[in-house]
Design a protein around this ligand. Sequence first.
Ligand SMILES: Cc1cc2nc3c(=O)[nH]c(=O)nc-3n(C[C@H](O)[C@H](O)[C@H](O)COP(=O)(O)OP(=O)(O)OC[C@H]3O[C@@H](n4cnc5c(N)ncnc54)[C@H](O)[C@@H]3O)c2cc1C
Length: 439
Amino acid sequence: MPAVAIAGGGVAGIAAAAALAGAGFRIALVESRPYLGGRASSYPAPGGRGEIIDNCQHILLKCCVNLLDLYRRLGVDSQIEFHREFHYLEPGGRRSAFRAGLLPAPAHFAGSFAALRFLSAREKLEAARALLALLRERGRRADLDSITMRQWLEEKRQSPRVISRFWAPVLVSAVNEEVNRMAASHGFLVFHLAFLAAKDAYEMGVPRLPLGEMHSAARLASHTGVEVLLRRKVTGVRLEGRRVRALETELGPVEADAFISALPFEPLRGLLPDLLDDWSAFEHSPIAGIHLWFDRPVTDLPHAVLLDSPFQWFFNKREGRYLQLVVSASRFLEAWPRREVAARAVEDLGRYLPEARRARLERFHVVKEVRATFSAHPGLAARRPHPETRFENLFLAGDWTQTGWPSTMEGAARSGYRAAEAVCRFLGGPRTFLLPDIA
Ligand SMILES: Cc1cc2nc3c(=O)[nH]c(=O)nc-3n(C[C@H](O)[C@H](O)[C@H](O)COP(=O)(O)OP(=O)(O)OC[C@H]3O[C@@H](n4cnc5c(N)ncnc54)[C@H](O)[C@@H]3O)c2cc1C
């Protein structure tokens, strides 16, 4: 069978490798780090006596059908715990929950929406009007990639409070961009797929295993037969006319019949600057993960949105004593020293969880991922490349390529499957790996 070499062992590279290995190709997956998973990986907690933590909480939704398909291929689909409730906390601790009821989609949230305590009746009507407009306008408006979500929400007369309490908590975390910077097309995709299209699509999946185990090299090799080459940084690409001959690495070349780059855009730009005419549309958006270990349980909730807080969400990682706060589009935190980030987070948490005020913080760990995701700003969609390149046997994957999705593990899995399909077409045996969206 032909050989395929894949550069980059994040979710995109793993997805491409698993799909092509399943179709019988010989695969070499070339990764610079000593482990796979890329941005979705784990490491020992500093000062944590060997405790393994994820670089940041990663969640998925049931509408992430390609990522779930990849997890089936890797034998870890049963390791996702799905949550049917989104919890919301107001300052002072008042709780609301969002869950599907008995009505069919798109009316399945009607009951819990009506019961939300953090919006007034007038604000609920206001939000419901915009949800109906979203259903009406999806697929009909041509300008959704050239305006921001905030522009669209303001056009629909959404007040700042409804934007910040209803729309932003979901959108900012799903797209990792502020509502006034993200393209409206992404807002539409998230709300349509997750909350309107199907009854269970919104269910939030949290991996039971550390990400490093979900995406481990040993698991990929044993389930699919892929040859994983760790600690092999790709330093160059050997070209011959319109063909790639080999990936150059410090330990020698890796030759193959076809190649996939599953690298993020910056290292790929360094290796092949002329691959795209213009890279300037690709910018980053940061995420911060704030790990807090308390001396006692401070919550009984599995996770919650912190309404009106810059710290956005918490996840209960263990017994209510180890919490992880996730701050998306976290530009405002960049200048703060890590100790100050943790101190402010604990202080803020106390507004929602009274027990956090009484508890002693035993240790903390703050991760600032400046290059967490691409910024899904207006105008980007047309610039995201398809798998095919100007080199006939080189194909592109990576969350930043043309997937229609924001920068997510689902986007990465989709890109890997699309690149694998392009390889199969090139090698003369078309195959389908990509699963269609739920609606
Ligand atoms: C803090 C944080 C929180 C996030 N939260 C979520 C979430 O909750 N849900 C969600 O779905 N997504 C989340 N994401 C986004 C998600 O992690 C990414 O979209 C996805 O993992 C990207 O996968 P990828 O394979 O495209 O890229 P990457 O994961 O970046 O993989 C690229 C790989 O290429 C390797 N590489 C780079 N250069 C070279 C080279 N020269 N030679 C060989 N290898 C090289 C890298 O080491 C890396 O392993 C989060 C991201 C971050 C950073």
